[in-house]
Design a protein. Structure first.
Length: 182
């Protein structure tokens, strides 16, 4: 992703003393703004809240090749708002923006640098004695470019649309692939 970096940000990065933080926006039905900084950061009229719910971000890889990568965003499972949104199905294809900012005395120097603009593709919830984590897999909006939309040839799918229809009752036992409409 090509980007330009503000001159003030570059100057601060060239100095020996600077602090960085991430600003994460998850576009659930009610947008969530969080940061890994220990103080609230305001950017573009939004207050990015600290609080320890944003636990980390896996490495973001950029290549010159035309391929879709993915990144994992870790959230604390302690906050039930996130779990409710995800388990309620409010996560599919939701936009996630991650900016990296350079700070001086708690204020943003220059402009934030966009490091990730993606969509939530998958999630996993990991519970243990030590805590709970939500792992969101973030992919480009091109991730499902070759995906096929439509219904699944299963009895459950058929029953959800046409209750009582037995047309797909034994479809799970079929071994070969049926090419419909060819």
């Amino acid at each position: 992703m090509s980007r330009t970096i503000h001159a003030d940000t570059l100057a601060k990065l060239a100095s020996n003393s600077f602090q960085t933080a991430h600003l994460v926006k998850i576009d659930f039905s009610t947008a969530v703004y969080m940061t890994d900084n220990f103080h609230e950061i305001t950017y573009a009229g939004n207050a990015y809240q600290p609080g320890g719910h944003f636990l980390g971000l896996s490495e973001i890889k950029e290549t010159a090749e035309l391929k879709v990568g993915s990144t994992t965003l870790l959230l604390s499972g302690v906050e039930q708002t996130y779990i409710s949104a995800i388990l309620g199905g409010d996560y599919v294809n939701r936009q996630v923006l991650v900016h990296r900012v350079v700070l001086e005395n708690g204020a943003i120097v220059g402009d934030p640098i966009l490091v990730l603009d993606g969509r939530i593709a998958h999630f996993a919830i990991a519970d243990s004695d030590g805590g709970s984590q939500i792992q969101l897999t973030i992919s480009s909006h091109w991730a499902d470019f070759e995906g096929k939309n439509g219904r699944v040839t299963s009895d459950n799918s058929q029953q959800s649309v046409f209750s009582g229809d037995l047309g797909m009752e034994f479809s799970a036992q079929l071994i070969r692939n049926i090419s419909w409409g060819r």
